[in-house]
Write a protein that binds this ligand. Structure first.
Ligand code: 8YV
Length: 315
């Protein structure tokens, strides 16, 4: 029996690629010299798309595959998938929730600690001999016992909060509604009130067109010159130009970012700022989590072609 044909938009590690190639006929879009010609050649045969969270799938690709049934996303975020185009064309969508939650929360908390305690600069201080020539490293700012705000108390936000509770922090959150699983934390409806509360504002909400630039200049300024914004969600949740302006002027103390508009390219202004910690969108990037993500992405494809219910459908 012939294997289902799957359009693969980005590379995967070998531990996923080998089983993918065994189970499906993978058409590697990312290797095509001319993607238009590639789609014209293969589009009609494609029954599923395998993509990554940050890559998604745009309308043009979806419509170039008239027999498309499923888009399986390697990632929890599906904001880069054109859901309207999927609905119009009866295309199902799956993602990889839960398996990455702990690692994403870990990196967010690590970024807070690293940035607040000046660990990058302190390491350079040791390596370049400043410790010997200049003396003690400048004092940094405490984390434990301070105020944290979590914007978006979904799976990842909740795991961040559980970790912050271990630091004895005063935790508040904003979301569409109060969450009964977080009775000890303050619910603040208005993200501006959350920003006023927070020494550390974690941005952990699922991105959509509705949340674009939800962290705007007013919110950034409310976090203030002593405060820090940590983003482990999507760049679109923050007005990046307003963020850069506030970091430059000192209206915002610091930021720690794992995601950027147009990544992997990033606004060069970030590179000249020493009050921002820059990470290459790798919050889920541990071997353990990436293996689990790959397995779940493949399991959704397998379930679909076996006529079984999808494991983690979003549409
Ligand atoms: C991944 C992500 O880096 O889960 C998401 O939505 O953005 C990340 O976990 C990405 O999807 C892997 O390519």
């Amino acid at each position: 029996m012939s294997k289902p044909i799957v359009l693969q938009l980005r590379p995967y590690p070998e531990w996923d690629q080998i089983p993918l190639d065994e189970a499906f006929e993978m058409k590697r879009y990312f290797e095509a010299e001319d993607t238009d010609v590639f789609l014209a050649q293969h589009g009609a045969n494609i029954r599923a798309i395998a993509t990554r969270g940050e890559r998604g799938a745009e309308r043009e690709i979806i419509e170039a595959c008239p027999n498309l049934e499923l888009i399986s996303v390697y990632g929890v975020g599906f904001d880069a998938v054109d859901l309207d185009a999927c609905k119009e064309n009866q295309v199902r969508v799956t993602n990889t929730p839960d398996v990455l939650t702990g690692d994403v929360a870990d990196l967010g908390v690590a970024m807070m600690l690293c940035q607040s305690r000046g660990m990058i600069g302190a390491e350079a201080w040791v390596r370049d001999g400043s410790w010997g020539t200049k003396g003690l490293y400048p004092l940094t700012r405490r984390v434990f016992g301070r105020k944290a705000g979590i914007l978006g108390l979904g799976r990842i936000g909740f795991e961040v909060g559980k970790r912050l509770a271990g630091f004895g922090m005063d935790i508040a959150y904003s979301d569409i509604a109060a969450k009964d699983y977080a009775p000890d934390w303050s619910f603040l409806t208005d993200p501006l009130d959350l920003a006023k509360h927070a020494d550390f504002l974690f941005v952990t909400l699922a991105a959509s067109t509705k949340t674009r630039h939800i962290v705007n200049a007013e919110i950034i300024n409310a976090v203030g010159p002593e405060g820090m914004i940590i983003n482990i969600s999507r760049a679109s949740n923050i007005d990046e130009n307003a963020l850069i302006a506030a970091l430059k002027s000192g209206a915002l103390g610091a930021a720690a970012l794992d995601v950027f508009e147009g990544e992997p390219a990033l606004n060069p202004e970030f590179l000249s700022l020493d009050n921002v910690l820059l990470q290459p969108h790798h919050a889920s990037g541990t071997i353990e989590t990436r293996k689990a993500m790959g397995q779940l992405m493949r399991d959704n494809l397998t379930a679909h072609f076996a006529g079984q219910p999808l494991l983690t459908p979003v549409l």
